[in-house]
Design a protein around this ligand. Structure first.
Ligand SMILES: Cc1cc2nc3c(=O)[nH]c(=O)nc-3n(C[C@H](O)[C@H](O)[C@H](O)COP(=O)(O)O)c2cc1C
Ligand code: SF4
Ligand code: FES
Length: 617
């Protein structure tokens, strides 16, 4: 539809969605012309953080965001139209064009490529047309998607239905030969049940992070309490904030979100900031291709995530916490919302947590399809209602983070580790794993293995042992490569399977554990296609703010395509040299971790697998 022909006012349905998200419109502020002025009172400006929730509300109800709806949201929150447009267009799950009410997102990313994702897409192209084409009755369309965080259910799809509770969206595997109708089950059909996630193998009693999975009803606070719930929060209250931080520091816990930063040092820095208020954020964006451990924790043990975040808030002096959850996790969203409400009702959140005299509450914020929003400062901007562009650091979040205030931020798995530290004590915790990489760790094993899933192991396990936990390579075939650490990680070859999975080994060996992803490829997989998909991912997800990454990710992909087509610029060696130069510039000159790691997997495919040497004539 031509944007110029769109009405400037929202429809009744859109207005109802906006009202539901923003509450009743406040009385006109002084200087507001009947509440219609674009510039408004301070109170309205301070509600800008509701921009993304309001856009979500319209998208969920109607299936897209019209110009009239966007104007109305901007007016109500005093966000200038150009800025509201800039935010709305930033996110892949928001549409400013009319869209059929049912959208099938098909993952064609690294793990799903090993499970006929391309065949699913080809079938849909034949039946419906290219991505974005609507069915003849206008009810449904389909799109390709980067990793949906459901790699163990490859080929994964996400089905979103406008007008239904977003939690009715479903994520699950599909048959490669399914018709669109069969895949979405008919637009009016009830959501398909989500298959159970394969759990870890071996001795259950040895589990520390996954110990409640499969044993508790994730929607029952009573069950949580019956399985040790709140024990760690009570222990934290006994220890006091400084005592908790001491325990976390002594445990030598390193963050599990990718950067491996010492958690105790971060908490101490936040707690020591004189500025108030402090905030604590749980990073549940989990968009690294090949990664789904946080989803499993949140879906199966949501009360543990809330308890751990409450401990973090208590220790760092934060009274308000946020969980920033990726938009493609409807089941986790529903279970976390339920756990927050039940915890609040039971006095485990709120004005006087546990009756222990401290205040802490939690809000869930949904992302909307942007990998970069997992970067901590981009995440803050997203919560604040801005585009998810990373900020320059320093200042670091511990000093100026969310809303410009001291902020602690940790990955879901990092926080859940803190519960274990409080349960067994820092000394026992530090004795698990190795000297430089303490504690248990979750690994997401996917691709060509018999039993893809989340596996818990102590640091120090070898990659070969981890693959054996997941049943080994599917069909007894030979492994050709493993992508370790996700798209921002590195490929390792079959000769590297005995490498130990620790931070210190990773550093010494020039690889990374990243987010704990291990995508296994056997000798039938088109590895060149996988590398091209990684390059396309970074080109797509770059926020475009800085030149090395914005241009470098495009140039990297172009060079790879030229190599694959057998038309290198100059000689093959010159093209590979150019690729290396682009990689160096991205790594050294990009503002944030996305650009700094965008060439990592590609370069490892060249250096470790010798991939493009052989693929190129
Ligand atoms: C592009 C990019 C994406 C990221 N995505 C995530 C993510 O999805 N989840 C996460 O916990 N950390 C992610 N991070 C790391 C965060 O910026 C931050 O380091 C982390 O949340 C800190 O928590 P931790 O110390 O517990 O690891 C990402 C970083 C970058 C550069
Ligand atoms: S490195 Fe890439 S994602 Fe990060 S700020 Fe620069 S352009 Fe944006
Ligand atoms: S869900 Fe497809 S690669 Fe992760």
């Amino acid at each position: 539809m031509d944007l110029h022909l769109m009405p400037n006012t929202p429809t009744q349905e859109e207005r109802a969605a906006i009202d539901a998200a923003l509450g009743p419109e406040p009385a006109p502020a002084e200087g507001d012309a009947g509440g219609r002025a674009v510039a408004g009172g301070r109170e309205r400006r301070e509600r800008r953080h509701l921009l993304l929730p309001a856009l979500h509300a319209v998208q969920d109800r109607v299936g897209w965001i019209s110009r009239g709806a966007l104007n109305e949201v901007g007016r109500r929150l005093t966000v200038p139209p150009a800025e509201a447009y800039g935010v709305a267009t930033f996110y892949a799950l928001l549409s400013l064009e009319p869209s059929p009410p049912t959208v099938l997102h098909v993952c064609d990313d690294v793990a799903c490529r090993t499970a006929e994702a391309e065949e699913v897409c080809a079938g849909l192209e034949r039946e419906v047309g290219p991505p974005g084409t609507a069915t003849a009755d206008g009810s449904t369309t389909w799109r390709r998607s980067p990793c949906l965080g459901a790699c163990e259910r490859a080929p994964a799809t996400l089905i979103r239905r406008a007008g239904r509770d977003p939690e009715d969206s479903t994520v699950g595997p599909v048959p490669a030969d399914g018709t669109l109708d069969a895949l979405v089950g008919g637009a009016a059909a009830a959501p398909r049940p989500v298959p159970a996630t394969p759990q870890t193998v071996g001795d259950r009693s040895a589990l520390r992070l996954l110990h409640r999975l499969g044993l508790v009803d994730p929607e029952s606070l009573e069950d949580h309490l019956a399985h040790g719930g709140t024990g760690c929060l009570r222990r934290a209250v006994e220890l006091g904030p400084a005592g908790v931080i001491r325990e976390v520091t002594d445990s030598k816990l390193l963050g599990r979100g990718g950067a491996a930063f010492p958690t105790g040092a971060k908490w101490e820095a936040v707690a020591g900031q004189p500025a108030r208020p402090h905030y604590f954020v749980c990073n549940a964006d989990e968009s690294e291709p090949g990664t789904f451990k946080d989803r499993v924790l949140m879906e199966e043990d949501p009360f543990a995530v809330i308890e751990a975040l409450t401990v973090a808030g208590f220790a760092t002096g934060a009274e308000r916490g946020f969980i920033y959850l990726r938009g493609e996790y409807p089941l986790a969203a529903g279970r976390l919302e339920h756990a927050i409400a039940a915890s609040r009702a039971a006095g485990l959140l709120g004005e006087d947590v546990l009756g222990a005299g401290f205040r802490f509450d939690v809000e869930l914020r949904r992302g909307a399809g942007a990998y970069i929003c997992g970067e901590e400062t981009a995440l803050f901007n997203s919560i604040e209602g801005k585009r998810g562009d990373p900020r320059n650091k320093p200042p670091f979040p511990v000093e100026r983070g969310l809303f410009g205030k001291p902020t602690g931020i940790n990955n879901v798995e990092t926080l859940v580790n803190v519960l274990e530290i409080l349960r067994i004590g820092s000394a026992s915790y530090a004795a698990i794993g190795t000297e430089g990489s303490t504690g248990p760790r979750l690994f997401c094993v996917s691709g060509c293995v018999e039993s893809p899933g989340v596996y818990e192991a102590a640091h120090g396990i070898t990659l070969r042992e981890l693959m054996a936990m997941a049943g080994g390579v599917r069909g007894g075939r030979a492994p050709a490569a493993v992508l370790l650490g996700g798209a921002a990680g590195v490929f390792v070859g079959p000769d590297d399977l005995d490498l130990r999975l620790t931070m210190e080994d990773a550093r010494a060996g020039g690889y990374t554990l990243g987010s704990g992803a291990a995508v296994v490829f056997d000798d039938t997989v088109d590895l060149v296609g996988v590398v091209l998909r990684v390059a396309a991912f970074f080109r797509d997800e770059s926020c475009g703010q800085c030149v090395p990454c914005r241009v470098g990710t495009v140039r990297q992909e172009e060079a790879l395509h030229r190599l694959v087509a057998g038309r290198p610029r100059g000689s093959r060696q010159e093209e590979l040299r150019l690729l290396g130069d682009v990689a160096r510039v991205m790594r050294d000159a990009s503002i944030c971790g996305l650009g700094q790691t965008a060439a990592s997997a590609v370069q490892s495919a060249v250096d470790r697998l010798g991939l493009f040497e052989e693929a190129v004539p």
